[in-house]
Design a protein around this ligand. Structure first.
Ligand SMILES: [Zn+2]
Length: 287
């Protein structure tokens, strides 16, 4: 209880009514801690105090829960998870808890700063056969930083919506995107073909069957998009993807033996019917 003179939990309880002294609690503790304390049910009748082990749901000490706690601490987690922590997290906590945003946003920010978001990198430490890889992009471990900042799909969400660069006047632009779940291996594609005025010529989406990797999903999405949306022969196409590797692969003449090499060959074959084509990378992806 920091510098306050309170020494016992019973000092925080209105002895007459057997309820928490909330104004006092809110004066002493940070809002998140105060909320947690206020949520604790007080017994209606008098009971003797008992020692409880907080990492365990039932308050019972187990070696397993102690091991998990030690693991968290050794990985730098758990530090700063209490407002009584003497480290330098207090300032950021002040910023978070005083922010004028809905409570769930504050809680999210708190979890992010304490590395306690339910991201794959955390889940795989506790759940067997779980991979730390981001299930959305598959391009790295899904840490809190990745989920919010580094993941290309998260970056897309932060971009101002509605920005789409039209193709040159003699071209039609095909924007494609794919999603892939590492867990279920389910993959989906979506695409839209537009003129230089932004008029939609055609759009479609669907499932990609037999897909094993995120890059394979991006490549298969392009093949399906070209086959489904660009059947009109003689059109000059501008293909745009937010998958840099796919664009590099399609623009490269070097030998490719990746799992996607046959799909790339099929894309090149499908593009033969076009008058001409241009393939570019656009970080923002589909719009
Ligand atoms: Zn990601």
């Amino acid at each position: 209880m920091g510098n306050s003179r309170l020494r016992r939990v019973s000092d925080l309880i209105n002895q007459d009514s057997g309820t928490w002294n909330e104004p006092l609690i809110r004066r002493i503790f940070y809002p998140h801690d105060a909320d947690m304390i206020a949520q604790l049910k007080l017994p209606v009748n008098q009971h003797d105090d008992v020692l409880a082990w907080f990492p365990d749901k039932l308050g019972m000490f187990t070696v397993k829960s102690a091991y998990m706690l030690a693991l968290d601490l050794s990985m730098g987690e758990g530090n700063g998870s209490s407002s009584s922590s003497p480290d330098g997290n207090r300032k950021i906590w002040d910023v978070i808890w005083r922010c004028n945003v809905p409570p769930k946003v504050r809680v999210f920010a708190w979890k992010l700063t304490t590395s306690s978001l339910a991201v794959q990198a955390n889940r795989c430490k506790r759940i067997k056969n779980t991979k730390p890889t981001c299930e959305i992009c598959g391009m790295g471990d899904e840490t809190g930083y990745h989920a919010v900042m580094a993941c290309p799909k998260a970056r897309d969400l932060r971009q101002p919506q509605g920005i789409w660069r039209p193709p040159a006047p003699n071209l039609q632009k095909l924007n494609m995107d794919a999603s892939f779940s590492e867990h279920s291996k389910e993959a989906w594609w979506g695409g839209v073909l537009r003129t230089c005025n932004g008029e939609i010529v055609a759009s479609a989406w669907g499932q990609i069957v037999n897909c094993s990797y995120p890059n394979e999903a991006e490549t298969a999405a392009y093949l399906l998009g070209i086959e489904t949306l660009c059947m009109q022969p003689g059109v000059n196409l501008h293909l745009e993807s937010n998958c840099q590797q796919l664009v590099n692969n399609l623009n490269s003449n070097s030998v490719d033996r990746s799992s996607s090499c046959f799909l790339l060959q099929e894309i090149r074959r499908a593009l033969v019917s076009c008058n001409g084509f241009l393939i570019s990378w656009e970080e923002n992806g589909i719009r």
